[in-house]
Ligand binder design. Structure first.
Ligand code: ATP
Length: 222
């Protein structure tokens, strides 16, 4: 049974924080592959300012080239309406019955699960890999999991077992306080994006184009 990671997000655009998160999760858990999956219609983000799906997916495809065991997946773009993770994970379970799926999330996303559409069901669909971000420690995350999903047990350092038998694995990573919001702002200001986004994505963003300005706003004149 192959362990497969799934990293969803709006990826508007993909940046170094996302890439590093995928690599850290893969190494820490021994994932055979991590699928980076841009949301067709991100349910937690305003539609305004969102680069069209095809562009966000293209940037992810370019970014993963040459990075071992990372792949892009456009599966969320094929479903109309908001891309709810609960639906995606249910579909993937049916499509990949022989694989052990691990949904990768930042700690702030994990702690927002009770507010997501059927978010409380997500830990029962597959195992979760939660990457600790600034301001959250492993202890408070474990306490949150126990309170939110009764019957959850601590099984070791940074490891828990949900009542349904799926696991929660906590992973640390070097803090990279990069956000897509900040990248978009720098892009509008025509500032250099080197080291903040994968270099191939940087080249595409540097060229820009109508779709980018339409979504992210007017760019400073040269
Ligand atoms: P935006 O700034 O547009 O809100 P974002 O940069 O937070 O976007 P998302 O696509 O919304 O990126 O995030 C997808 C996943 O990546 C989430 O689980 C989030 O926790 C995680 N993530 C985003 N930025 C980082 C980062 N710098 N370090 C680690 N994880 C990150």
């Amino acid at each position: 049974m192959a362990k497969i990671g799934i990293l969803g997000g709006s990826f508007n655009p993909i940046h170094a924080g996302h890439m590093r998160m995928a690599v850290e999760a893969r190494e820490a858990v021994g994932l055979e592959r991590v699928l980076l999956m841009p949301a067709g219609e991100p349910p937690h983000k305003p539609a305004e300012g969102m680069l069209p799906f095809a562009h966000r997916l293209r940037l992810v495809e370019l970014a993963v080239r040459g990075v071992p065991r990372l792949s892009a997946s456009g599966i969320e773009g094929t479903r109309p309406g908001p891309s709810y993770s609960v639906d995606t994970l249910t579909a993937l379970r049916a499509k990949m019955p022989g694989d052990d799926l691990h949904f990768i999330m930042g700690s702030e996303s994990f702690m927002a699960l009770p507010k997501w559409h059927r978010g409380l069901e997500i830990p029962h669909l597959c195992s979760l890999v939660v990457v600790l971000r600034q301001g959250v420690d492993g202890q408070s995350l474990a306490a949150f999991a126990e309170e939110t999903w009764p019957g959850t047990e601590r099984t070791g350092f940074g490891r828990m077992l949900f009542a349904s038998g799926t696991r929660l694995i906590t992973v640390g990573m070097p803090v990279l306080e990069v956000s897509a919001t900040d990248i978009r702002k720098r892009w509008r200001e025509r500032r250099c994006l080197a080291m903040l986004v994968p270099s191939v994505a940087e080249e595409v963003l540097e060229r820009g184009g109508a779709a980018y300005e339409l979504a992210w706003g007017h760019r400073a004149e040269l």
